[in-house]
Structures are given as structure tokens and as C-alpha cells.
Write a protein of this length. Sequence first.
Length: 754
Amino acid sequence: MDYLSTLNEPQYEGVVNTEGPAMIIAGAGSGKTRVLTYRIAYLIKEKGIDPFNILSLTFTNKAAREMRERIERVVGLNARNLWMGTFHSVFARILRSEADRLGYPSNFTIYDSDDSKSLIKTIVKEFGLDDKVYKPNVVLNRISSAKNRLVSWEEYLANPLYEADDAAAQKPEMGRIYKAYCQRCFKANAMDFDDLLFNTNVLFRDHVDVLNKYQHRFKYVLVDEFQDTNVSQYLITKKLSSVSQNIAVVGDDAQSIYAFRGANIENILNFEKDFPDLRVIKLEQNYRSTQNIVKAANSVIARNKGQLKKSVWTANDEGNRIELIKSISDNEEGRFVSSAIFEQKTQNNYQNRDFAVLYRTNSQSRAIEEALRKSGIAYKIYGGLSFYQRKEIKDLMAYLRFAINTADEQSFRRIINLPKRGIGTTSVEKMVVAAFEHDIPLWEVLTNIQAFLPGRAANAVEQFVTLVKSFQISIETKDAYEAASHIAKNSGLLKELYADKTVEGLNRYENVQELLNAIKEFVDTPDVEDKSLGAFLQDIALLTDADNEDPEDTDFVSLMTIHSSKGLEFKNVFVVGLEEDLFPSQMMMSSRADLEEERRLFYVAITRAQENLYFSYALSRYRFGRLINCEPSRFIEEVDPSFIFVNTRYGSREPQLGRREGPPGVTSNFARNLMASKKAVPKKPPQYHKPSADFRPSDTSNLQEGMKVEHPKFGFGKVHKMDTSGANKKAKVIFEDFGEKTLLLSFAKLRIVE
DNA sequence: TACGCCATGTTTTTT
DNA sequence: ACATGGCGTA
């Protein structure tokens, strides 16, 4: 019981009241993770609950892992059997074991957002739509938000409200794309991130026996970061605990920063309605930060209208004021940060790990990184381009994925001509289309290729099929590591990378080796029972970059976005890039007009700091390679000025727009002349034709000489000659403005005018 | 079909 | 600055 003696009163309440629904509203730094972990420990130790019956949901793998460690410290290895993980990973696991109920195989693939985007891109292309109007990002967001509100494509198409919405947004085909996207995913035996939640809802809705099973199993449900759950997630947890009523949610409405992902503060209000016996506990004492930091944070968040009543306070020392630094450029900002870190380290005995640099967008890491590297300070960048998003890794993963799930269209497209085997886009399209037209699996087309694609490419496809079949055999007979190395070697990927002796090529080769190492590690982990490649892929699909821990060298400065800093704390925190339009983000303001969420983000950034906090902004910054002028963020003025100390040591010079920093030396003159000479060659901007708004490509299979056509870029022209000699039909068209062009009919979008 | 040149767009955050 | 994609050429 000794671990309980360290708790204050509301924390204690939160730990020991394990029965019935509970909502713990926890201010920043009030020890919410501690309450959550002790609550679980209490359930196991004092209440004798089997860890097997406890489900604990978090938002990141990192948070889950940390919590498991902390619980193990109190209850020992007994915590092994806890169901603890992110929403996505826990329900992916459940979906795999119940997949047949939904008509999926249990080895379904999980599409990451890159896969989703490229699938959308091909659909848009196939529909003959303009991908400038139907941008993959925008379309995916729309689909994602529909799924997060549990609107299926059937409901979407049936509801005139969505139709009107899309028509107003000049995107009338959205419903059709949504439908095609879902059908393609299903046919590929794939689920995207949102499907994992959506389909869990479907599973529990349509299969009461399954729901009962898990309701019985999870007698206690705990949810961390409740303010960031979306409707889909909320309904799952609500259903699971509707029998036992033992649900505890922990969150802070002031730290809700994932509305763009469908997070819904209304969940907090709904929760009170759905569970009338709710016990509400407020944790308001902050143990993390100095008084100055807590008060400054309060002065910021007080500007938001829609917050729950809560007053965070601290008994800590007053502490230093927030230092505000203005720099002339992003590079100087980086230099300031690194010298301030250096000064603090030498004067006050801090280590690298006591510092974090937080920014709004990942791209801001570059300037900071450069400065830290120059001054020899160890650092680590979290997020950004993760290991698993690298091209070479995705390539090998695509081979592994395809061998296991031959319906996976995205992986297929990735590897069919990699390394080059003479199977071009045309052949790929034909194969995919054949699978759809005959309503058969893609694999069936591939194995009977002569029937669908007679000709030169067929041989290559047959070889590809033989290759994949041999991979499948090695996957069945060997463990994950041996199978993966076999595939890496025999696919020709390793060979191709090995041949590349550039620094980049070497790096990529090493990355592939690293992936293989990771697989080896997986195989060698004693806990893991299923050592097959399939098991590894399932394990890895939902893992992000947060996994790569370097145990030997742990003393580094942390660089990350504010989003990924949630839940963490550091003695010294730099919030950089406080410029209007960057933070608050222009994008966010114009698309969703949500200043309050940006402000909550600012609040999160401030409350990461324990002892010292720095704000920094630059008067000019590079964007798309161009220097732009910047205004200080409105957020700086929103902090009560009595908490701010303006540091005048830096930033006395004014920015020089349009040229790089530093005195114009030989190099920069040379560079400038080079630029000028390049500019001297006038680039004539091509005056492309603007296709009419209702431009739709026609079926060109019956195109005849003499027909008048419209091309989306070249405008109007007359078909001069048809060339049917080759494998691909071509048409020579004389355009009014561009002269004669030869167009491949399988590619070109042409509208037949008459 | 493969390769190289050039025009174009991109950056908000994450599972 | 950088990646992508279209188009022309071999």
C-alpha cells in the first residue's frame, strides 16, 4: 500500500474508486498518468482483478509502453497480461481474430496514409477527374472524417446533405470516390487506419455475441487522453463498458489538439449523459512547473471560451520569467537556441536531456538541427519522416506484404516493376482492370496472365509470379528473419541498392539491413510466440518512429512538434517559430477557423516546461526556398506581460529580404551572378489551354481520323492520323495552338467534340 | 519502355 | 528546396 501514500487527495480518489464510471479531469502536470497507472496497480494488487480483464487505451505506443513499465514497477511481471495499447493496435488485434465475421481474412493488410493517398490518386485518375480538384489529401480527409463519424459510403451516397456539401465544394464526385475507395480496400484485403475503428464498430453492432464476449472479458476499461477521442472511438469504449459500467476516462479539455482527426470535446459532455452515475474528479494541483509558467499558461487558456471550469495552481517556487527572443532569421533562431542551451548547461549544470525544442511544423527542425550540429550538441529529432516511410523500406515491406496478401493492390503496384522487368504502367493498368472487370482476385489474373495480357510483358509477369510463389514457400517454412532476408536478396532489391555507391545509396542499403535487424530482434524476443513474417508485419503496421530507442546514448536534446510533445515534460523548453501564420497556423485558421485549438496547442507547449521557458520568433524565414517576412505571433501578446522578460542580447539587426545572410563574399557574389545568368534566359511560360469546367474525357476506342477533340492542356485540335501498328494505339493530333502531337490513347485524356 | 528535362506544387499536426 | 509528374527522345 506504500505507493498510495504519495498521492494527494483527489489523486487518491481517482485511484481507489474503481467501481462504476469515472471521469478524471486532470490539469497539465497534475499527475494523471500516475493516477491511471496506480489505478490499474490497485485493481490488480488490492482488488485481485486478473490483468487479463483490464483494458487500457492510450494514443501512442510510447505512452502505452511507458505506462506498462510503470505498472510493472508496482505490481511486477503480473502486468504482462494487461491489454494495453493504442486504440488502433488493440482493435486491429481484435479485428484479426474476428475478421471472418466481416468477410475479411485475418491476415488483412493495414494501409498507412501513403497507401491510402496513392489508392485515391489512382481512383481519381481512373475516373478521369482532375487531381487538382480532387487532391488526395483533401479527399482522404473527407473520407476519414466520414468514417470517424461512422458514416458508411452507402449512407454517404444516400444522404443529400453530403451531396449538397460536395457540390458546394465543387467536388460532386466525392461520394463515388468514397465508394470506390472502400470497395478497393476491401478487395485488396486491406483496412486503413480509420477502418480499424469503423469496422470494430460494425463488428460490435452486427455481432452481438462478439460484443458480449468482449464486454465480459474487459471488466475494467480505462482511457487516457480522453479529450482526443473521436466519436468512433468513444462508441467502442462505451459499448464495451455498458455492462460492467467500470469505465474510467482521464483527460484535459484544455489540451485537446486533435480536432483535425475528429476528436470531439462533446464526448466529455456525452459521457456525463451516457453514464448518469458518473463520478467526476478534478486534479488541479500542478507538480510540474514553476508558478510563473503555470500562471502564464492560465493567462493564455483563459482566452478560450469553451473550457470546463478548472483552476490549475501550484505550490512550486515562483521561478524565472519566460524569456522572449527575437531573431532576424530562422538560422539565427537556431544559433540562439544552441548557445542558450550551452550557457544553461555550463552555468546551471543541466544535461542535454533537460532541453526540448518544440515547433509547430516538422519542417522547422532543419534550422535548429543545423545549429545544434555545428555546436556539437547531441540531439534527436522525433517524428518527421519515419523510418518506415523511407522508400527502400517501403519497397521491401511491399514485397513482404504482397507475398502474404496477394490481393494488396498498393504493394503490387510498388513492386511489379521493381527492379525493372519490363512491365510498364500500361500492363499494370490492364491487369488491375481485368481483375475488376471479371471480378476475380488480382492474383488469379497474374497466375493466368496469358489469358489476360498476351504479349511481351506476359513472360515477365510469369517470372514475377514464380518469384512470389517461392517467397511464399520460404515464408511458410522459415521464421520471419530468414524469410525476409531471402526475399530481400532474391527480389533483387539488395543487389540494386548494393550497386549504388553514392552516400545516399549506402545509407539506403544500411536502412534495409536495419529493417532486417529489427526482424531478427523480433524473432529473438522470447515473449513472441508467433515468429512468422505475417506476425511481424502485423506487429509493425501500427508502429511509428517512436520505437527507435537508443539505449546506449540517452543524453540528447529533444526536437519535436508540439503535438508529439503531449504527455512529456522537460526542465527547459524552447517554443520556436512563434510567428503569425506559422503558429497559429495559416492553414488551420483558413480551413477550419479554429483559433481556439491553436491556442490549446500553445497551452500544451507552455505546460511542457518545468523550470525555464523560452519563446522565440524570427523576423524572416525561408519558405519554399524563398525568404519571407514575418510578424510576431499574436500568442506572444496574449501572455500576461508580467511573466515575460525580453532578452535583448539577440536580434538587433534588421532582416535583409531576398538575400542570404552574411556579408557578400566571393562565394555569394558568384552565386548571385550565377542566379542572374540563369534568370537572364527568359523562360517562356507555356500558355496551356484551360479545360472547360465540365471537361470529361471521352471513350477514345473509336477515335477516327478527322475528329475534333479537346485536350485538357493543349486545347482543341483535329485528329490527323491514327497509328495502330504498335501495341499501343496512338493518335496524331494537330492542335490549334501547339501544333502536331502524338498521343498515347491509353493515357491521354481526350474529349471528342465532334 | 526507360531516361532526362522541365514545370508544378508543397507544408499542419498523427494513428 | 525538394519531390513529383508529364512529356519528348532514344
